[in-house]
Design a protein around this ligand. Structure first.
Ligand SMILES: Nc1ncnc2c1ncn2[C@@H]1O[C@H](COP(=O)(O)OP(=O)(O)OP(=O)(O)O)[C@@H](O)[C@H]1O
Ligand SMILES: [Mg+2]
Length: 318
Protein backbone atom coordinates (compact mmCIF):
# COMPACT_ATOMS: atom_id res chain seq x y z
CA UNK A 1 0.00 0.00 0.00
CA UNK A 2 1.38 3.47 -0.89
CA UNK A 3 1.77 6.18 1.70
CA UNK A 4 -1.09 8.28 0.34
CA UNK A 5 -3.47 5.36 0.02
CA UNK A 6 -2.56 4.33 3.56
CA UNK A 7 -3.33 7.87 4.64
CA UNK A 8 -6.70 8.07 2.91
CA UNK A 9 -7.78 4.64 4.08
CA UNK A 10 -7.02 5.65 7.68
CA UNK A 11 -8.85 8.93 7.36
CA UNK A 12 -11.81 7.22 5.70
CA UNK A 13 -11.93 4.74 8.54
CA UNK A 14 -12.03 7.69 10.98
CA UNK A 15 -14.85 9.28 8.98
CA UNK A 16 -16.86 6.08 9.12
CA UNK A 17 -16.59 5.91 12.89
CA UNK A 18 -17.32 9.59 13.63
CA UNK A 19 -20.08 10.12 16.16
CA UNK A 20 -23.24 11.76 14.83
CA UNK A 21 -25.99 13.66 16.66
CA UNK A 22 -29.63 12.53 16.64
CA UNK A 23 -30.22 14.79 13.62
CA UNK A 24 -27.47 12.98 11.74
CA UNK A 25 -24.97 15.88 11.74
CA UNK A 26 -21.63 15.61 13.53
CA UNK A 27 -21.44 16.94 17.08
CA UNK A 28 -18.89 19.71 17.77
CA UNK A 29 -16.87 17.28 19.91
CA UNK A 30 -16.84 14.69 17.14
CA UNK A 31 -15.65 17.24 14.59
CA UNK A 32 -12.90 18.39 16.98
CA UNK A 33 -11.79 14.82 17.63
CA UNK A 34 -11.84 14.08 13.93
CA UNK A 35 -9.71 17.14 13.15
CA UNK A 36 -7.18 16.17 15.77
CA UNK A 37 -7.06 12.58 14.61
CA UNK A 38 -6.72 13.66 11.01
CA UNK A 39 -3.87 15.98 11.88
CA UNK A 40 -2.11 13.19 13.73
CA UNK A 41 -2.71 10.75 10.88
CA UNK A 42 -1.26 13.19 8.43
CA UNK A 43 1.83 13.95 10.43
CA UNK A 44 2.42 10.49 11.81
CA UNK A 45 1.79 8.29 8.84
CA UNK A 46 4.86 8.44 6.66
CA UNK A 47 7.45 8.19 9.35
CA UNK A 48 9.05 4.84 8.82
CA UNK A 49 11.91 5.77 6.56
CA UNK A 50 12.43 9.27 7.91
CA UNK A 51 14.71 9.12 10.85
CA UNK A 52 14.97 5.67 12.29
CA UNK A 53 18.18 4.56 10.66
CA UNK A 54 19.92 7.86 10.30
CA UNK A 55 23.18 7.48 12.17
CA UNK A 56 24.30 11.07 11.73
CA UNK A 57 21.13 12.30 13.26
CA UNK A 58 21.50 9.88 16.14
CA UNK A 59 25.01 11.20 16.83
CA UNK A 60 23.81 14.79 16.67
CA UNK A 61 20.97 13.89 19.03
CA UNK A 62 23.36 12.42 21.55
CA UNK A 63 25.55 15.48 21.41
CA UNK A 64 22.58 17.71 21.91
CA UNK A 65 21.36 15.68 24.88
CA UNK A 66 24.83 15.91 26.41
CA UNK A 67 24.89 19.66 25.79
CA UNK A 68 21.52 20.15 27.46
CA UNK A 69 22.53 17.94 30.40
CA UNK A 70 25.77 19.87 30.86
CA UNK A 71 23.91 23.16 30.81
CA UNK A 72 21.46 21.82 33.33
CA UNK A 73 24.20 20.74 35.72
CA UNK A 74 25.86 24.13 35.49
CA UNK A 75 22.61 25.83 36.34
CA UNK A 76 21.92 23.44 39.21
CA UNK A 77 25.39 24.02 40.67
CA UNK A 78 25.26 27.77 40.66
CA UNK A 79 21.70 27.56 41.93
CA UNK A 80 22.71 25.51 44.90
CA UNK A 81 24.83 28.45 45.92
CA UNK A 82 22.12 30.95 45.18
CA UNK A 83 19.56 29.08 47.28
CA UNK A 84 21.77 29.33 50.30
CA UNK A 85 22.25 33.03 49.70
CA UNK A 86 18.79 33.84 48.49
CA UNK A 87 16.15 35.26 50.77
CA UNK A 88 13.13 36.96 49.38
CA UNK A 89 13.74 40.69 49.29
CA UNK A 90 11.45 43.16 51.06
CA UNK A 91 9.52 44.08 47.91
CA UNK A 92 8.78 40.46 47.06
CA UNK A 93 7.67 39.78 50.60
CA UNK A 94 5.32 42.77 50.34
CA UNK A 95 3.94 41.36 47.09
CA UNK A 96 3.30 38.00 48.78
CA UNK A 97 1.64 39.83 51.66
CA UNK A 98 -0.62 41.64 49.17
CA UNK A 99 -1.52 38.36 47.49
CA UNK A 100 -2.47 37.06 50.94
CA UNK A 101 -4.60 40.16 51.57
CA UNK A 102 -6.31 39.53 48.25
CA UNK A 103 -7.06 35.96 49.40
CA UNK A 104 -5.01 34.33 46.64
CA UNK A 105 -2.41 32.68 48.86
CA UNK A 106 -2.91 31.56 52.43
CA UNK A 107 0.53 30.14 53.21
CA UNK A 108 3.59 28.72 51.49
CA UNK A 109 4.93 25.32 52.49
CA UNK A 110 8.30 25.05 50.74
CA UNK A 111 10.35 25.30 47.61
CA UNK A 112 9.65 23.02 44.62
CA UNK A 113 12.45 24.21 42.38
CA UNK A 114 15.19 26.78 42.10
CA UNK A 115 15.75 27.70 38.46
CA UNK A 116 17.89 30.16 36.61
CA UNK A 117 15.20 32.79 36.33
CA UNK A 118 12.85 31.94 39.15
CA UNK A 119 12.09 29.85 42.20
CA UNK A 120 8.88 27.85 42.37
CA UNK A 121 7.15 27.31 45.73
CA UNK A 122 4.26 25.17 46.89
CA UNK A 123 1.45 27.00 48.66
CA UNK A 124 -2.18 26.71 49.75
CA UNK A 125 -5.05 29.02 48.91
CA UNK A 126 -7.45 30.05 51.70
CA UNK A 127 -9.87 27.45 50.32
CA UNK A 128 -7.22 24.74 50.68
CA UNK A 129 -6.36 24.43 46.97
CA UNK A 130 -2.73 23.65 46.20
CA UNK A 131 -0.83 26.34 44.32
CA UNK A 132 2.48 26.74 42.53
CA UNK A 133 3.97 30.18 43.20
CA UNK A 134 6.68 31.20 40.76
CA UNK A 135 8.82 34.09 41.98
CA UNK A 136 11.13 35.64 39.42
CA UNK A 137 14.55 36.86 40.43
CA UNK A 138 14.74 40.62 40.34
CA UNK A 139 18.37 40.57 41.41
CA UNK A 140 20.22 38.76 38.62
CA UNK A 141 21.18 39.92 35.20
CA UNK A 142 19.91 36.77 33.56
CA UNK A 143 17.22 38.67 31.69
CA UNK A 144 19.69 40.48 29.47
CA UNK A 145 19.86 37.53 27.09
CA UNK A 146 16.11 37.13 27.17
CA UNK A 147 15.26 40.48 25.65
CA UNK A 148 15.08 38.81 22.24
CA UNK A 149 11.79 37.21 23.29
CA UNK A 150 10.12 40.35 24.51
CA UNK A 151 11.39 43.05 22.15
CA UNK A 152 9.35 42.99 18.99
CA UNK A 153 6.33 41.64 20.87
CA UNK A 154 3.69 44.40 20.56
CA UNK A 155 2.17 43.34 23.86
CA UNK A 156 5.29 44.61 25.63
CA UNK A 157 6.07 47.79 23.70
CA UNK A 158 5.73 50.10 26.64
CA UNK A 159 7.81 48.36 29.30
CA UNK A 160 10.49 50.38 31.00
CA UNK A 161 14.06 49.29 30.46
CA UNK A 162 15.16 48.96 34.09
CA UNK A 163 15.79 45.54 35.57
CA UNK A 164 12.80 45.38 37.92
CA UNK A 165 10.27 46.58 35.31
CA UNK A 166 11.65 44.04 32.91
CA UNK A 167 11.21 41.22 35.40
CA UNK A 168 7.64 42.32 36.15
CA UNK A 169 6.91 42.36 32.42
CA UNK A 170 8.43 38.91 32.15
CA UNK A 171 6.17 37.56 34.93
CA UNK A 172 3.16 39.15 33.27
CA UNK A 173 4.20 37.59 29.99
CA UNK A 174 4.15 34.14 31.59
CA UNK A 175 0.72 34.81 33.07
CA UNK A 176 -0.69 36.12 29.78
CA UNK A 177 0.80 33.28 27.81
CA UNK A 178 -0.66 30.74 30.26
CA UNK A 179 -4.08 32.38 29.89
CA UNK A 180 -3.87 32.38 26.10
CA UNK A 181 -2.75 28.77 26.06
CA UNK A 182 -5.50 27.72 28.45
CA UNK A 183 -8.16 29.46 26.36
CA UNK A 184 -6.88 27.51 23.36
CA UNK A 185 -7.31 24.30 25.40
CA UNK A 186 -3.59 23.60 25.61
CA UNK A 187 -2.91 21.63 28.79
CA UNK A 188 -1.10 24.08 31.06
CA UNK A 189 -1.33 24.83 34.79
CA UNK A 190 -4.32 27.14 35.25
CA UNK A 191 -3.09 30.73 35.78
CA UNK A 192 -4.52 32.21 38.97
CA UNK A 193 -2.86 35.57 39.65
CA UNK A 194 0.09 37.74 38.72
CA UNK A 195 1.43 40.55 40.83
CA UNK A 196 4.80 42.16 40.14
CA UNK A 197 7.42 39.38 40.08
CA UNK A 198 5.04 36.65 41.32
CA UNK A 199 2.92 34.30 39.20
CA UNK A 200 0.43 32.06 40.97
CA UNK A 201 -0.88 29.02 39.13
CA UNK A 202 -2.47 25.63 39.62
CA UNK A 203 -0.16 23.13 41.30
CA UNK A 204 0.35 20.00 39.20
CA UNK A 205 0.80 17.39 41.88
CA UNK A 206 -0.78 16.08 45.05
CA UNK A 207 -0.38 16.78 48.73
CA UNK A 208 2.65 18.97 48.26
CA UNK A 209 4.37 16.48 45.97
CA UNK A 210 4.81 17.87 42.43
CA UNK A 211 4.37 15.59 39.43
CA UNK A 212 7.72 15.37 37.73
CA UNK A 213 8.86 16.69 34.37
CA UNK A 214 9.30 14.23 31.49
CA UNK A 215 13.07 14.33 31.80
CA UNK A 216 12.89 12.90 35.32
CA UNK A 217 10.81 9.82 34.65
CA UNK A 218 10.10 6.84 32.41
CA UNK A 219 7.13 7.43 30.14
CA UNK A 220 4.34 4.90 30.57
CA UNK A 221 3.23 5.25 26.95
CA UNK A 222 5.72 7.31 24.89
CA UNK A 223 3.63 7.09 21.68
CA UNK A 224 0.57 8.52 23.42
CA UNK A 225 2.67 11.24 25.07
CA UNK A 226 4.19 12.17 21.69
CA UNK A 227 0.75 12.51 20.15
CA UNK A 228 -0.46 14.60 23.07
CA UNK A 229 2.54 16.90 22.76
CA UNK A 230 1.92 17.35 19.02
CA UNK A 231 -1.74 18.13 19.55
CA UNK A 232 -0.83 20.66 22.24
CA UNK A 233 1.80 22.24 19.98
CA UNK A 234 -0.74 22.55 17.24
CA UNK A 235 -3.33 24.18 19.50
CA UNK A 236 -0.67 26.51 20.87
CA UNK A 237 0.36 27.57 17.37
CA UNK A 238 -2.94 27.70 15.54
CA UNK A 239 -5.37 28.68 18.31
CA UNK A 240 -3.29 30.58 20.87
CA UNK A 241 -1.01 31.96 18.13
CA UNK A 242 2.00 31.26 20.30
CA UNK A 243 5.30 29.43 19.96
CA UNK A 244 6.58 28.04 23.27
CA UNK A 245 10.23 28.72 22.35
CA UNK A 246 11.74 26.53 25.08
CA UNK A 247 9.85 23.30 24.63
CA UNK A 248 11.62 20.13 25.67
CA UNK A 249 11.39 17.28 28.18
CA UNK A 250 12.48 19.81 30.83
CA UNK A 251 9.40 21.98 30.41
CA UNK A 252 6.69 19.35 30.19
CA UNK A 253 5.20 17.83 33.34
CA UNK A 254 4.03 14.23 32.81
CA UNK A 255 1.28 12.83 34.99
CA UNK A 256 0.85 10.88 32.43
CA UNK A 257 -1.20 13.74 31.02
CA UNK A 258 1.25 16.26 29.53
CA UNK A 259 1.37 19.83 30.83
CA UNK A 260 3.37 22.52 29.05
CA UNK A 261 5.08 24.73 31.64
CA UNK A 262 7.63 27.54 31.78
CA UNK A 263 5.93 29.52 29.06
CA UNK A 264 7.27 32.99 29.88
CA UNK A 265 9.51 33.14 26.81
CA UNK A 266 6.73 32.06 24.41
CA UNK A 267 6.24 34.49 21.53
CA UNK A 268 3.38 35.37 19.21
CA UNK A 269 3.45 33.66 15.83
CA UNK A 270 4.24 36.94 14.07
CA UNK A 271 7.30 37.58 16.24
CA UNK A 272 10.38 37.99 14.02
CA UNK A 273 11.96 34.84 15.48
CA UNK A 274 8.77 32.78 15.87
CA UNK A 275 9.56 30.31 13.09
CA UNK A 276 13.11 29.86 14.31
CA UNK A 277 11.85 29.09 17.81
CA UNK A 278 9.14 26.80 16.47
CA UNK A 279 11.65 24.82 14.44
CA UNK A 280 13.89 24.51 17.49
CA UNK A 281 10.93 23.31 19.61
CA UNK A 282 10.03 20.74 16.97
CA UNK A 283 13.63 19.50 16.82
CA UNK A 284 13.81 19.21 20.61
CA UNK A 285 10.59 17.26 20.83
CA UNK A 286 11.61 15.04 17.93
CA UNK A 287 15.01 14.32 19.49
CA UNK A 288 13.48 13.49 22.85
CA UNK A 289 10.73 11.17 21.60
CA UNK A 290 13.12 9.53 19.18
CA UNK A 291 15.33 8.73 22.16
CA UNK A 292 12.26 7.17 23.81
CA UNK A 293 11.83 4.77 20.89
CA UNK A 294 8.90 6.57 19.28
CA UNK A 295 8.58 6.55 15.50
CA UNK A 296 8.82 10.28 15.15
CA UNK A 297 7.80 12.48 12.28
CA UNK A 298 10.37 14.32 10.19
CA UNK A 299 10.75 17.79 11.82
CA UNK A 300 10.56 19.61 8.48
CA UNK A 301 7.26 17.95 7.61
CA UNK A 302 5.85 18.71 11.01
CA UNK A 303 6.91 22.35 10.64
CA UNK A 304 5.25 22.53 7.23
CA UNK A 305 2.08 21.02 8.63
CA UNK A 306 1.87 23.73 11.29
CA UNK A 307 3.07 26.76 9.34
CA UNK A 308 1.80 25.92 5.88
CA UNK A 309 5.20 26.06 4.22
CA UNK A 310 8.52 24.27 4.73
CA UNK A 311 11.19 25.83 6.97
CA UNK A 312 13.43 28.27 5.11
CA UNK A 313 17.21 27.93 5.04
CA UNK A 314 17.45 30.80 7.56
CA UNK A 315 15.09 28.99 9.93
CA UNK A 316 17.03 25.73 9.57
CA UNK A 317 20.46 27.22 9.98
CA UNK A 318 19.83 29.85 12.65
N1 LIG B 1 2.45 24.44 38.18
C1 LIG B 1 3.39 23.64 38.64
N2 LIG B 1 3.08 22.55 39.40
C2 LIG B 1 4.04 21.73 39.86
N3 LIG B 1 5.34 21.90 39.65
C3 LIG B 1 5.73 22.95 38.91
C4 LIG B 1 4.78 23.87 38.36
N4 LIG B 1 5.45 24.83 37.67
C5 LIG B 1 6.75 24.51 37.78
N5 LIG B 1 6.93 23.40 38.51
C6 LIG B 1 8.21 22.76 38.85
O1 LIG B 1 9.19 23.77 38.97
C7 LIG B 1 10.22 23.58 38.02
C8 LIG B 1 10.71 24.92 37.47
O2 LIG B 1 9.63 25.57 36.82
P1 LIG B 1 9.88 26.42 35.50
O3 LIG B 1 10.48 25.56 34.47
O4 LIG B 1 8.58 27.09 35.18
O5 LIG B 1 10.88 27.52 36.05
P2 LIG B 1 12.34 27.99 35.59
O6 LIG B 1 12.81 28.99 36.56
O7 LIG B 1 12.30 28.39 34.18
O8 LIG B 1 13.17 26.74 35.79
P3 LIG B 1 14.36 26.19 34.89
O9 LIG B 1 15.37 27.28 34.81
O10 LIG B 1 14.80 24.98 35.64
O11 LIG B 1 13.73 25.90 33.54
C9 LIG B 1 9.66 22.67 36.96
O12 LIG B 1 10.65 21.91 36.35
C10 LIG B 1 8.69 21.82 37.76
O13 LIG B 1 9.39 20.74 38.36
MG1 LIG C 1 11.92 25.31 33.07
Amino acid sequence: MTKSSKKSSKINKKKRTTKTTSKGSKSKKAVKEENEEQFLDEVLLDIDEDIEHDRELRDADNLQVKYIDDQKIKIKDSDARKVVESVLDVETRTTLFNLRKRKVIDYMTGVISTGKEANVYHAYSPKGDELAVKIYRTSTNIFKGLQIYILGDPRFNRIKRDQRSFVYAWAKKEFKNLSRAMNAKVTVPKPIACLKDVVVMEFIGEKGLPHRIMKEQELIDPEAAYKEVLVNMRKLYTKANLVHADLSEYNIIYTPKVYFIDISQAVLVDHPYAEIFLYRDIKNITRYFYSQGVKVKDPDKLFEKLVGEPPSIQVKTF
